[in-house]
Design a protein around this ligand. Sequence first.
Ligand code: GRF
Length: 188
Amino acid sequence: MTKVAIFASGSGTNFENIAQRVQSGELSQIEITALYTDHDDAGCIALAHRLNIPVHINKVKDFDSKTAYETHLLELLREEQVEWIILAGYMRLIGETLLEAYEGQILNIHPSLLPKYKGKDAIGQALDHHETQTGTTVHYVDSGMDTGSIIAQKSCDIFENDTHDDVEARVKSLEYELYPAVISEIIQ
Ligand code: GRF
């Protein structure tokens, strides 16, 4: 069994999708030790409760510094013997403390065809640029914003009258296939 932690800040549908595939036995060699979130009102918390997965809620503002915050996370990760960190909508840059401890062992998924449209609202950025295609990318995490080396991508069309919600739903349906496939190949 490979122990992984999932980090999320928002609705957590990618977290839910991965956890369901672990629980159904599709990702049979993976154990999710806990959900780590930095928001006490994030949707992912209720999903974790429903899935019987422990939750660690830690807000950066409750610590003296980002280093102190990450040092606390690192203690929890070590207690749980976590080998890989899977970011699934974790809305913060990973700092030096976690990067040094988990270099090459942190994955992220981003809703664009990187290196295009890094950072916030990648789907809005693609729409603003009148793209006819976008997609999703799974990549290793380094100190930059969505800059780590790319592992896999999947693309989809953007149609003329698409709303932001239309494109987001299309991209997420790609993510629900791509992320478990990469996790299975790289971690499992
Ligand atoms: C996903 O689109 C992912 O690519 C990005 O954040 C979003 C998280 O969505 N990093 P959800 O919380 O998993 O629904």
